[in-house]
Design a protein around this ligand. Structure first.
Ligand code: HEC
Length: 386
């Protein structure tokens, strides 16, 4: 065989070997009618055997809402009591699936040898609405080995970029956009697809903003807007026109649906004010309540007694919050999601509670305990009622 041909075969084999593994675009949006599912294909390299599936999911808001199947096997329905499902903290301690945590990290133990080296599929399924929700988003996932190490390399994943989104075909002409705006503001809707659900007097524009600003700002995808329009009883064509209208808007769009609005972050001042409502992102959330102490009490290096005396002097009371701006003080609790009434006031109240509780109690142990109590109260009662 001529050397040239041999080289060509080698190059072909090499490049095939490097690029053969399947890629998956995140997030995976599983939204639509009961039974809507999404299957992804991944290539498991030859490393330690897979023992579990780790997932970070936005919108697992009730027990049994979501199921997972590996390689076409039986579906496992996810709830706090699912065998082999471990929900991460802090969300586990505050109620896990069905709590006020919109984003939950969890790990599902898998039977031995269920995920061989090579091609595997994972199917995520939406099991039906509770009358409020039309699905969920898998923000990240990976297979783990017995030591908890991720098995799929980062090159497995790509991330959807909202700035590449365009009005969806086929109904995306200027007249479709104009029709979409009229539908957004005037179309008659049903509350949900549940049988017997009432017809609404409100339109999209009454509950969202008059012009659709919020859907653009928080980057709801075409898929999620269309699924939601159909959830409210509109046709495919009407849903398509509404999505085309939202894509035609030119407002700034720094948000993502899973990022808690106005979530404080130490770097928020480096962003334009127009980005503040988008919040500091999920990475700004502290892993536990006690981590907030360092931000609220930057002077903790002072001996505790000195510190308490220092605060007891009214002149120094403000020193307790050395940063002095709630938007810069990270929390372990996510701000309430969009679509909940009074979210800004409640976020503000959470800060007041955090500060007061930390200020009024002597001793770290008490402070921590009191703060945890307040936060539990806040999340379960205030947000639950909002
Ligand atoms: C009666 C008030 C109301 C009306 C009318 C309404 N929405 Fe909503 N919408 C909400 C609320 C509340 C939520 C949050 C639901 C939840 O808890 O998940 C929401 C959620 C959404 C979401 C996000 C779902 C997700 O997570 O992807 C989209 C997109 C959306 N609505 C679009 C629309 C469109 C388009 C219309 C008109 C066809 C519409 N809505 C009509 C109140 C309303």
């Amino acid at each position: 065989m001529p050397l040239g041909s041999l080289l060509k075969i080698m190059v072909f084999t090499l490049s095939w070997g490097v690029s053969a593994h399947a890629t998956v675009q995140l997030p995976i949006e599983v939204m639509g009618p009961t039974g809507t599912s999404s299957t992804v294909t991944v290539t498991v390299p030859s490393v330690a055997p897979v023992t579990s599936l780790w997932m970070k999911v936005h919108g697992t808001s009730y027990a049994g809402k979501m199921s997972v199947s590996i390689n076409g096997g039986a579906f496992t329905s996810l709830s706090n009591s699912t065998m082999g499902l471990t929900i991460a903290d802090p969300e586990r301690s505050y109620g896990g699936i069905g709590s006020n945590y919109a984003v939950i990290e969890m790990t599902l133990a898998l039977p031995a040898n269920s995920v061989p080296v090579g091609t595997n599929t994972i199917t995520f399924q939406f099991n039906g609405t509770d009358g409020n929700s039309d699905g969920f988003r898998v923000l990240e996932f990976n297979f783990l080995d017995g030591t908890g190490t991720s098995v799929l390399p980062p090159s497995t994943f790509t991330y959807d970029d909202p700035n590449t989104w365009t009005a969806p075909a086929p109904l995306n002409t200027p007249s479709d956009i104009a029709a979409g705006k009229v539908l957004y503001q005037t179309a008659t809707l049903i509350q949900s697809p549940l049988s017997g659900a009432p017809t609404l007097t409100a339109h999209c524009a009454d509950c969202h903003t008059l012009d659709g600003h919020d859907l653009k700002y928080f980057n709801y995808s075409n898929l999620s807007i269309m699924a939601r329009a159909k959830f409210h009883g509109l046709t495919d064509a009407q849903a398509n026109q509404i999505a085309s209208y939202i894509r035609s808007l030119t407002f700034v769009n720094p948000g993502r649906p899973w990022n808690p609005p106005y979530q404080p972050a130490t770097n928020i001042d480096t962003l334009p004010v127009s980005s503040w409502a988008a919040g500091g992102g999920l990475d700004a959330l502290l892993p536990r309540d006690s981590a907030a102490l360092n931000y609220v009490f930057p002077q903790r290096h002072l001996a505790q007694r000195q510190f308490d005396q220092h605060l007891a002097d009214p002149q120094h009371a403000d020193d307790a919050d050395g940063i002095s701006a709630p938007r810069l003080e990270p929390l372990a609790a996510p701000h309430p999601p969009q679509g909940r009434a009074h979210r800004r006031r409640l976020g503000h109240e959470l800060h007041q509670l955090q500060r007061q509780s930390l200020l009024q109690r002597g001793g770290d142990r008490h402070r921590r305990h009191h703060h945890a109590e307040l936060r539990r109260l806040y999340l379960h009662q205030q947000l639950g009622r909002a």
